[in-house]
Structure formats: structure tokens, C-alpha cells
Design a protein. Structure first.
Length: 132
């Protein structure tokens, strides 16, 4: 029989609370991204969420986002790839093209929708950064 310290159990309680918190957060994100409550996110639903985020990030209301406005959502390398005209900004059209590319990368079963399991993958999490 193994003996564990009281401190180990306290640590496990904290970790357990963190896991529950992350699970609740993921459920909340799914509810936000899945307005028809079918348990999946379609490309149209993802683009709708991305469009709303784009509008909220466009603080100067010029119809484009620069790297500073996208901080925390897109890194420098991805930004350059998403900016094919090299004007150092991303239009909503360019942003939605990036969302579609990441959506398709996360759609492992190619059914045109993402379920919670697909959103928890590395590629799904990459997409979620563009939606929240």
C-alpha cells in the first residue's frame, strides 16, 4: 500500500478543479460556437464567430487588422502567410480564408463539421484562437 502526504492530496484537488474548469470552459465555447446545438461546429458557424471577433478586434474600424490588433490570436509567421498582398494588414476576407484553412485542417474525418474531440486537438485549438 502506498502512502501519500497530505500535500499531495491538496495538489490533486487543485489539479482536479483545474480540469473541471477547463472542461466547463470548453463546454461554454462549444455552446457559443454551436448556435443550433447539434453538438458540432460547421464552417459557417466558425466563420460567423470569426467575423464577430474580427469586428471586435478592428478597433480603428478600417476594415483590416494589423499584427498588434491580432496579438494573442495569430503569430508573426501565420500573419505573413495570411497576408498574400503583403500590405502588413489582414482584411476580413483574408482572415476568413485563414479560418477556413484551419477548420479544414482540424476536420480529421472530413465530414464538414468539428465536434468537441476535434476541437481539443492541436489543430482544433489553433482554430479556436481565431474564433475567441
Amino acid at each position: 500500500m502506498a502512502f501519500y502526504s497530505r500535500r499531495w492530496f491538496v495538489g490533486m484537488g487543485t489539479a482536479g478543479a483545474f480540469v473541471l474548469s477547463v472542461g466547463a470552459q470548453a463546454a461554454g465555447m462549444m455552446a457559443t460556437l454551436d448556435p443550433d446545438h447539434d453538438g458540432t461546429v460547421s464552417l459557417d458557424e466558425a466563420k460567423d464567430a470569426a467575423s464577430k471577433l474580427f469586428d471586435s478586434l478592428d478597433t480603428d474600424h478600417d476594415g483590416t487588422l494589423d499584427i498588434a490588433e491580432l496579438k494573442g490570436h495569430v503569430g508573426a509567421v501565420t500573419f505573413r502567410k495570411a497576408d498574400p498582398d503583403n500590405d502588413k494588414t489582414i482584411s476580413k476576407e483574408e482572415y476568413l480564408a485563414l479560418v477556413e484553412m484551419r477548420f479544414k485542417a482540424a476536420d480529421k474525418d472530413n465530414d464538414g463539421t468539428l465536434d468537441a474531440k476535434e476541437l481539443k486537438t492541436r489543430r482544433g485549438k489553433s482554430l479556436l484562437k481565431l474564433l475567441h
